[in-house]
Ligand binder design. Structure first.
Ligand code: DX5
Ligand code: ZN
Length: 213
């Protein structure tokens, strides 16, 4: 199981040290970009993510919870092993968002809110490297995992049917929920509060890996 710690729950005054504190156990770093329109919260955007991109070695997973993703994706200075994820609800023409993401040179991902029909993203599957299933309503860290997400992960896994598309799951994942999520078919686990609210990040990440077994 790949772990993607979400910096949303980190100390923003020490982003570099926070990123370094998870480097040993993480497969990638998850960035929650919010615009105050698509979700009722504001975080950071390209200037902050790009600044950290220059000094952190882990792959980045950039979760765009913003309107007009096609307009902003080109502003991210990313690497080929990074992933830029847009929300299917944020653009009437997902093709446009996908094209803009591909232009950055990064891998493309698509995400969807818990209330969005899973089938909405099926036509995009052959053009993405990752699907991010939201298991809470996007916008804030520390919310409770929505159990209906498990059946969505299983259905998505069946639909993917062995194609090289990662399933990432985001929201409410901790030692008590991670096992069911992985058993349902998740390849990548996003966790914010479960990792960054702990003093010892390495042991919090180990606890997640152990609980998943
Ligand atoms: C929510 C974000 C998540 C969030 C998860 O909109 O997409 O990445 O940080 O936080 P936890 O793990 O605390 O539920
Ligand atoms: Zn996220």
């Amino acid at each position: 199981m790949k772990l993607a710690p979400s910096l949303l729950s980190a100390d923003f005054s020490r982003l570099l040290e926070e990123a370094q504190s998870v480097a040993a156990g993480a497969s990638r770093l998850h960035w929650d970009v919010m615009d105050g329109h698509f979700v009722p919260n504001l975080t950071f955007g390209p200037p902050v993510v790009n600044a950290l991109r220059r000094v952190v070695d882990l792959p980045f997973e950039i979760h765009l919870m913003i309107d007009r993703p096609a307009e902003y994706a080109p502003q991210f200075r990313v690497r080929p092993d990074d992933t830029v994820i847009f929300h299917v609800e944020a653009d009437d023409t997902p093709e446009r968002a996908l094209a803009a993401i591909r232009e950055t040179g990064a891998r493309a991902g698509v995400s969807l809110r818990p209330g969005t029909e899973l089938e909405t993203i099926f036509p995009l599957l052959d053009r993405v490297s990752l699907v991010l299933v939201m298991s809470v309503e996007p916008g804030f860290g520390g919310q409770a995992f929505l159990p209906a997400s498990l059946e969505r992960i299983r259905r998505l896994s069946r639909e993917i049917a062995g194609r090289p598309i990662e399933i990432a799951v985001d929201g409410g994942i901790h030692a008590g929920t991670v096992r069911d999520v992985v058993r349902a078919g998740a390849d990548v686990i996003v966790a914010g509060s479960a990792i960054f609210s702990a003093q010892d990040r390495a042991s919090a990440m180990r606890a997640l890996q152990e609980a998943a077994r």
